[in-house]
Design a protein around this ligand. Structure first.
Ligand code: ADP
Length: 660
């Protein structure tokens, strides 16, 4: 079964893995993208680093070149400035001015003779102090000596001047044909050098700072902007050397939006994918839950359907069987495979009643069955016939269309048999009850019968006497014979009534004249009433109501009610001993009232009145009213009672009138 397959542990494990697969794929995808971005950034950083190094090398070259150029110029003009015999030529002065031009970083040029005396300066200096403004031992002197000794320009250390400005000097020895003339000293401003010597594009990209041997920053070309600390490079500031270093740090470049956007969109897409997978899983879970609920529901319904003893059979609109339940298969003896797809005439139809069943089938297919079902005779596979009660209801699909019929089939063979048995017993009981009634009235009836017989006998002996006496008058004789005939008919009528009343015949269901039946009943009991000195008054509806009934059964009710009334009037004063029988008819019902002036019915008796074997009489059997009510109900009527306002009881029999 598919459900067990999908529920097996291995299938569950596989489903779990399949469920997780998108997450793994997504995680792998995001990791790859992240790696790619990282590699790109790494590559970018390396690119920047190498660009930085190239730029630094270029800057170093540039500074060195500038300083070398200045050195060369100073070497050139040195002898002329220091030679006492000559005045500096115009060209020298021009070169001097050129040196002082702004972009070279030189703030002052001094020329000092071999004895250390200041010979001149530009800008001119009033004091005659020696070079080097730092305190203590004049480092300049040692530097000067070193320059002389080495015979090449020597740079002095950096020293602070006003504020946080730092300067350094270059001592360029000047010679005149092997004779040492002195030194030309160029004083550089570190910050000027750094800021002016570098082109704009360089300072746009980098912050250049000069650090002293202790690592303190003593000059910088700065732009206030966050620095990319990882993109920094330090190189010895050579010349001037002396432990000075150049530190070049790249400014943080413009934010590179492309990778940021790329990452952001990937993260966003990732989030969207995760969200949609999550939604999908939720939906899947909901579906699974619904499926599970549906499975349980359908299992429950199947169990229910399998357990019912009512046969269920579904048909489409063409009458083809689409579904049967086990109870239906058991009932008919056919298997589901044999039944599903079958078209009328169905294999379980009674072959002797094919036409009738087909007719019923057509009616059912057109309009279903009446609320109390339809009874049909069916046949099991083994040939056994059975009675079935069928209830048919339309099958309505989810769109509200009637796409077939669902029939509930009940095997009522046993019930029918039991019902028939009960009916027969009831009938027998009624007949017995009638016999008993007749037995009770036997002496009265015998007496009643005796009267016409006695009359006949007396007329007969009268006739014989006349004949014997030879006084035969034909006219008189005829009159006597007419009387004899009347009496004989009267006797015959009594016997017929008794015979009709006690005769056991099949129950009838015929159109009867209610007044006529009442007259018959009265005919049976009037002798009894006479004997008991009670009067019977009949008040019959002018238009006799017609009802569909068995006349003997209705007569039985009337005899019972009248005799009960007479029993109840035993102690009633003679003048009130009247039983009135009244018939009336309304729109749909006919009503018979039997009104007595007897003892009435107290509450206790009323409770048990219609129960079998309930009696308050010594000789009573207690079955009369019970049988009367059964007969009334058999005729779809009612038997009730109410107290008579003028004393006694009124029994009311209501029967539906016959529909034309
Ligand atoms: P039975 O006549 O054999 O007693 P019924 O079933 O005919 O049986 O009556 C049951 C009881 O109902 C009677 O015993 C009587 O007590 C009461 N009963 C019936 N009809 C009347 C009536 N018209 N007036 C008073 N009591 C009645």
């Amino acid at each position: 079964m598919p459900s067990t397959l999908t529920n097996s542990p291995s299938a569950r494990r596989r489903n779990r893995w399949i469920g997780r697969l998108p997450y793994f794929a997504l995680a792998f995808f995001l990791a790859t993208i992240a790696l790619l971005v990282w590699l790109t950034r790494q590559y970018d950083a390396e690119e920047q680093q190498s660009a930085l190094i190239t730029d630094v090398l270029w800057m170093e070259q540039n500074l060195r070149f500038q300083l070398d150029r200045n050195e060369a110029l100073l070497q050139q003009i040195g002898p002329e400035l220091l030679d006492r015999s000559t005045r500096p030529s115009n060209q020298t002065e021009a070169q001097l001015r050129q040196l002082m031009s702004q972009d070279r970083g030189i703030v002052r040029v001094l020329w000092i003779d071999a004895q250390g005396a200041l010979k001149g300066s530009l800008p001119p200096q009033t004091e005659t102090s020696v070079v080097g403004e730092s305190e203590g031992a004049s480092p300049s002197e040692s530097v000067m000596k070193l320059a002389r000794a080495l015979g090449r320009p020597v740079y002095g250390p950096a020293y602070p001047v006003l504020g946080d400005e730092y300067h350094f000097e270059v001592y360029v020895p000047a010679w005149s044909e092997e004779a040492f003339l002195g030194v030309v000293v160029a004083e550089y401003s570190l910050s000027d050098l750094v800021s002016r010597e570098l082109p704009w594009w360089f300072s746009e990209r980098y912050r250049v700072a000069v650090l002293d041997p202790d690592g303190r920053e003593i000059a910088a070309k700065s732009k206030i902007s966050p620095l990319a600390s990882h993109l920094s490079y330090t190189t010895p500031f050579e010349p001037p050397g002396r432990g000075l270093t150049l530190q070049i740090t790249a400014y943080k470049g413009e934010t590179r939006w492309m990778p940021v956007l790329l990452i952001a969109s990937i993260v966003l897409f990732g989030a969207v994918i995760v969200w949609s997978i999550w939604q999908l899983r939720r939906q899947l879970a909901r579906r699974q839950e619904a499926e599970q609920a549906l499975r349980s529901e359908s299992a429950f319904r199947k169990a229910m359907e399998d357990s019912v003893i009512t046969g269920l059979r579904a048909r489409d609109l063409d009458g083809r069987i689409t579904h049967v339940n086990p109870a239906f298969c058991r009932m008919t003896g056919f298997s589901a495979d044999e039944l599903i797809g079958a078209m009328p005439p169905m294999p379980y139809w009674d072959p002797d009643q094919i036409d009738n069943t087909l007719q019923v089938h057509d009616v059912v297919m057109a309009s279903g069955t009446p609320p109390d079902g339809l009874e049909v005779s069916l046949r099991r596979k083994n040939g056994e016939r059975f009675s079935a009660l069928i209830f048919e209801a339309p099958l309505i699909d989810a769109e509200g269309h009637n796409n077939g019929w669902m029939g509930s089939v009940l095997d009522i063979t046993e019930q029918k048999r039991a019902r028939e048995l009960a009916r027969q017993q009831e009938e027998r009981l009624q007949a017995t009850s009638r016999l008993i009634t007749m037995g009770e009235m036997a002496s009265t009836l015998a007496h009643e019968l005796n009267q016409p017989l006695a009359a006949i006998a007396s007329y007969n002996s009268g006739c014989i006497n006349r004949i014997d006496a030879g006084e035969v008058d034909p006219a008189e004789l005829r009159e006597i014979h007419e009387k004899i005939g009347r009496q004989a008919r009267r006797a015959g009528e009594i016997i017929r009534r008794v015979h009709d009343f006690v005769r056991r015949s099949e129950p009838k269901h015929e159109s009867i004249d209610l007044n006529g039946v009442i007259r018959e009943a009265v005919g049976l009991v009037e002798a009894d009433s006479r004997k008991r000195q009670m009067r019977l008054e009949i008040d019959l509806a002018p238009q006799s109501p017609r009802v569909m009934a068995d006349p003997v059964m209705i007569e039985q009710i009337m005899v019972n009610l009248v005799r009960n009334g007479m029993d109840a009037m035993r102690t009633t004063p003679a003048k009130s001993r009247v039983i009135r029988i009244r018939t009336r008819s309304a729109a749909n019902t006919a009503e018979v009232r039997v009104i007595d002036h007897g003892s009435g019915i107290d509450g206790e008796t009323a409770e048990h009145l219609f129960q079998p074997f309930f009696t308050t009489k010594n000789e009573g059997m207690g079955m009369g009213l019970n049988i009367c009510r059964s007969i009334a109900e058999l005729h779809h009527g009612r038997l009730t009672f109410e107290p008579n306002p003028s004393g006694g009881t009124i029994f009311i029999l209501t029967l539906p009138v016959e529909r034309p």
